[in-house]
Design a protein around this ligand. Sequence first.
Ligand code: ARG
Length: 276
Amino acid sequence: MAHPDSGMGELLLCPPDHYGIEYEINPWMSRARAAEIPVAQAQWKGLFAKLSELGAKVHLIDPQPRLPDMVFTANAGLTVGRRFVPSNFRHQERAGEAPFFAQWMEARGYEVVWLPPNLYFEGEGDALFGGDTLFCGYKFRSDIQSHRAVADIFNCLVISVELVDPRFYHLDTCFCPLPDGGAFWFPKAFDEYGQSAIRQHVGEMIDVPEEEAAHFSCNAVVLDRDIVLPEGAPTLVEKLNARGYRCHPLPMTEFLKAGGACKCLTMFMPQREKTA
Ligand code: ARG
């Protein structure tokens, strides 16, 4: 069963019209390894079609020239109820996206609440609810100090976990909460303390083997019993099936070249209707 306060399946996506590997801000990106644009277009359309088919209401924001990573709407910000906290991007290369996302949400009636500009925070990419608890990742992108500010805005319990493997630089690359109170994750992306904090606050965990985690298998969109994830995770899919989930693996090769996949391309609006 879905968490009673989880969002109703309204999602924000951004078409990949201006997508490309134009700079290098994480270990996956190399300007020498360009994305094949027609293939990226087809993969993104496949994601859009699958999410729509599963009953999600998908909203689209206009892509902007010279903002190639704007497709990764998970980093637009974090939405709870009708309140939206925009990201403060760590890298200048992405900072230009923030006003477009904020204006778009504001125009649709969301209350936009900015964090202090000196606190880096990269939205849902680093902030995922498991039950009523908001798990927040820090170090590579978001600052740990941003978590307290987010907790105050949404009045919720935040568990801050440090990310230690630069390949898994956002929380949503290595951790995916499930509506049954469990989660799947790549434990070695966290330090010992983070691992035990997560184990303490989350129900039954599924450990994703390294070779599957490296396909961004944890970067999944969970819509109640349906899970949309990148191809290449047979053991994870088997375990999720055994727990009663239907898995929908999609090709994501062209977005992996930017260090992203299904979840990075998606923001829940909202991720939670309300906090406890
Ligand atoms: N190239 C983008 C970046 O490095 C990818 C963002 C992936 N987003 C995510 N939520 N993990 O910022």
